[in-house]
Design a protein around this ligand. Structure first.
Ligand SMILES: Nc1ncnc2c1ncn2[C@@H]1O[C@H](COP(=O)(O)OP(=O)(O)O)[C@@H](O)[C@H]1O
Ligand SMILES: [Mg+2]
Length: 296
């Protein structure tokens, strides 16, 4: 058997157990398959540049691979420049982290997404003028519509707005951060599907349903149910992960009234405990298996 060593990196500044839990989950899965891993926080590893050098401060022995559960893209990139295979790749994490970049890649590959208009950049601190041509945007997308920040998670930076005034107010609130206007997929209000892709397969899936919110992932009172995705849904999720170059990802799908699936987002760092609780499938086992296959 091959003797691989790996690191698992998570963010040391985030509070709560979730992130360490994810790392430990991966470590146990690696252990089971005979792979030794070490868990690091990103703030234990300093990216050193200069003096004609590029290295990690204090670390000499690099691992064969890193599972990067963080979004510290500079650190992921540094590891890649040092020749380490990082899962997911820095580029995939970077695209996934930025919803605008994600939609741009998906649209370029002609994969189905909600109609989206990217808000022109406003520098942080610039006075925000009332948005001109709002009626053009409303004509394209209809009302209500979604306003969504490029960077966000857990549904917290996704807003449903019903009229011009609400739109102008929301723009004032979030100006300075990149965002989009997006068609509201009403048929899927409060419901989405989460398909977990590893390599070129969907290994687990569930539907999520919120009873009191348009966002399926707002947890108060929401439910999750194991789901057997249709072939088209699986194909779409795999194509979405592939489009951004992710080895594994949680892909969220919405659906039209006739159930046609549409890609909502791609999470390169999707947590797996909920999926396990819901489906009894341990995605970490598949992730480790996939990594081993890459070194074969
Ligand atoms: N265009 C949309 N139409 C309808 N519902 C949406 C739309 N975009 C997002 N949602 C809902 O909001 C939730 C969160 O949006 P998402 O883009 O996945 O952001 P996050 O990264 O915060 O999860 C989705 O799971 C979905 O239920
Ligand atoms: Mg989501």
């Amino acid at each position: 058997m091959m003797c691989l060593t790996g690191w698992i990196i998570y963010n040391g500044h985030l509070t709560g157990n979730k992130f360490l839990d994810f790392a430990q989950w991966l470590k146990r899965a690696a252990n089971k398959q005979g792979i030794e891993t070490h868990i690091y926080q990103n703030n234990e590893l300093f990216t050193y540049l200069g003096g004609q050098q590029l290295r990690l401060l204090g670390e000499t022995a690099l691992p064969d691979f890193v599972i990067f559960t963080d979004k510290d893209i500079y650190l992921a990139k540094q590891l890649e420049l040092l020749g380490v295979r990082v899962f997911n790749r820095a580029k995939a994490i970077e695209i996934s982290d930025d919803k605008i970049a994600t939609y741009q890649v998906l649209a370029h590959q002609q994969l189905p997404i909600p109609k989206t208009i990217v808000a022109p950049k406003i520098f942080p601190g610039s006075p925000v003028k009332p948005f001109e041509n709002l009626s053009d945007i409303i004509n394209q997308l209809g009302l209500p519509m979604i306003i969504k920040e490029a960077y966000g998670s857990f549904g917290e930076q996704v807003y449903l707005v019903h009229n011009e005034q609400e739109i102008q107010n929301k723009i004032k609130d979030i100006a300075g951060r990149p965002f989009i206007f997006q068609e509201f997929i009403a048929a899927s209000c409060g419901t989405d599907m989460r398909l977990h892709v590893v390599g070129d397969k969907v290994v687990a899936a569930m539907t999520r349903h919120a009873t009191n919110d348009f966002r399926a992932n707002i947890t108060s009172g929401g439910t999750m149910e194991a789901y057997q995705p249709a072939n088209l849904e699986k194909k779409l999720a795999v194509a979405a992960a592939k489009a951004i170059g992710a080895d594994f990802a949680g892909v969220d799908l919405l659906f039209e009234p006739d159930k046609t699936p549409i890609i909502c987002e791609i999470n390169s760092n999707a947590h797996i405990r909920n999926m396990y609780d819901c489906t009894n499938i341990n995605v970490a086992d598949f992730i480790i298996q996939h990594i081993r296959e890459q070194f074969r």
